[in-house]
Design a binder for this molecule. Structure first.
Ligand SMILES: Nc1nc2c(ncn2[C@@H]2O[C@H](COP(=O)(O)OP(=O)(O)OP(=O)(O)O)[C@@H](O)[C@H]2O)c(=O)[nH]1
Ligand SMILES: [Mg+2]
Ligand SMILES: [Zn+2]
Length: 349
């Protein structure tokens, strides 16, 4: 198996290259292993090489390389994991990875389960277009194993939950069996959750650096610093990622509906079509909470993410309007200049 195939190249990808880059000179396919501000490391037919000028490429992309070595573009992304950039007043998306088939939401069993975090990551995972899967890690360190697993299964709402231990090599074959040749699994989760350790355990090799969690609060030290593809040897690929502190959503309405579909289904049963689900009479959400059918915490968590997306859209709209206004001024100015020019032309005629 050549280097390119080890990084997930298949006949299907080959076909997509001929389709999207037709012509006598089909470019060389290459997969982005790692992207660092324009400088990208790719797997190609000639092995692993560095490329310059790949500013728009992200980890996981299938890049098209010209014979001269420059980047022509990339294949349309079959999935795209993104979040809102932190501390960014302009509200831009940060792309975390592309062409991911399975998105592993990594939840460590050595600390209390954060349901908010789990739900939020699942929303983003669903929205990426990849298939989410929850991977519980460090099963050997869990003191309340059965409870936490049951709770996670309940929160994951139909998403498959696997339990693993890199230390005891538990659940590894199960996980390995989920990633076929040509498929990419990305691991997403907090620092210290054991993402890199899991990859090493799958490989049976110490390839990725791992770091002890801090003694005081059990949090990780952000050991992994870049998103990077790691081949498992038979065309299956894993993407290691740096631990994320938080996860601000980006355009994730579809994901929200996947994780909270039962809540959105209730809206149709409210007496008023424009029910705000606060104090209105006949509100189906309120009565579901009162009867215990809907957990208030879940409702609040849905509300929070929904508001976050609404505020993101307001800012996007405002930015769009500013852009529009700017281009309108430009058109108006150009028109004024043209008129001025015509007038002067007339005068001199
Ligand atoms: N007991 C036990 N410890 C584990 C297991 N998996 C990981 N660890 C330990 O947890 C710590 C953090 O593991 P990492 O693999 O570095 O975590 P990470 O998710 O890659 O963290 P970042 O790279 O910082 O995002 C290390 O000290 C590992 O040895 C496990 O299954 N059992
Ligand atoms: Mg790591
Ligand atoms: Zn209502």
């Amino acid at each position: 198996m050549n280097t390119l195939e080890q990084y997930g190249f298949t006949d299907r990808i080959d076909g997509l290259f001929s389709f999207h880059f037709p012509g006598p000179d089909v470019p060389e396919p290459a997969r982005v292993i790692r992207a660092d501000r324009g400088r990208v490391l790719v797997a190609s037919r000639h092995g692993i090489v560095h490329l310059d000028g790949g500013n728009s490429l992200v980890t996981g992309d299938w890049a098209a390389i010209e014979p001269g070595g420059s980047v022509m573009g990339c294949l349309p992304r079959s999935s795209l994991l993104q979040r809102k950039r932190a501390y960014d007043p302009l509200s831009e998306a940060q792309i975390l990875g592309a062409n991911i088939d399975l998105l592993g939401v990594v939840v460590p069993l050595d600390r209390p389960l954060s349901t908010n975090r789990l739900e939020r990551t699942l929303v983003a995972a669903w929205d990426s277009g990849a298939l989410p899967i929850v991977i519980l890690t460090k099963a050997d360190l869990s003191t309340r194993f059965d409870d936490v697993v049951a709770e996670t299964v309940r929160r994951a709402r139909g998403v498959e939950v696997l339990t693993t231990s890199a230390e005891d090599r538990d659940g590894l074959e199960d996980l390995r069996g989920r990633i076929g040749a040509g498929q990419t699994l990305a691991l997403l989760g907090p620092s210290g959750a054991g993402k890199s350790s899991l990859i090493n355990a799958l490989l049976g090799d110490h390839r990725q650096d791992t770091g002890e969690v801090r003694a005081g609060d059990g949090r990780g030290r952000h050991t992994t610093t870049a998103r990077e593809l790691v081949p498992l040897g038979d065309g299956a690929v894993v993407m290691d990622t740096p631990g994320l502190r938080g996860f601000a959503l980006w355009d994730a309405e579809n994901g929200l509906s996947e994780v909270f579909g039962d809540i959105e289904d209730l809206f149709g049963d409210c007496r008023f079509r424009d029910c705000a689900h606060d104090l209105e009479p006949g509100c189906a959400v309120r009565s579901a909470i009162e009867s215990g059918a809907l957990e208030e915490r879940r409702w609040l968590s849905y509300r929070k993410m929904e508001r976050e997306l609404a505020s993101l859209h307001r800012r996007q709209d405002a930015a769009e309007q500013r852009r529009h206004a700017r281009s309108f001024h430009r058109v108006a100015r150009d028109a004024a200049l043209a008129k001025d020019f015509r007038n002067r032309f007339r005068e001199t005629r």
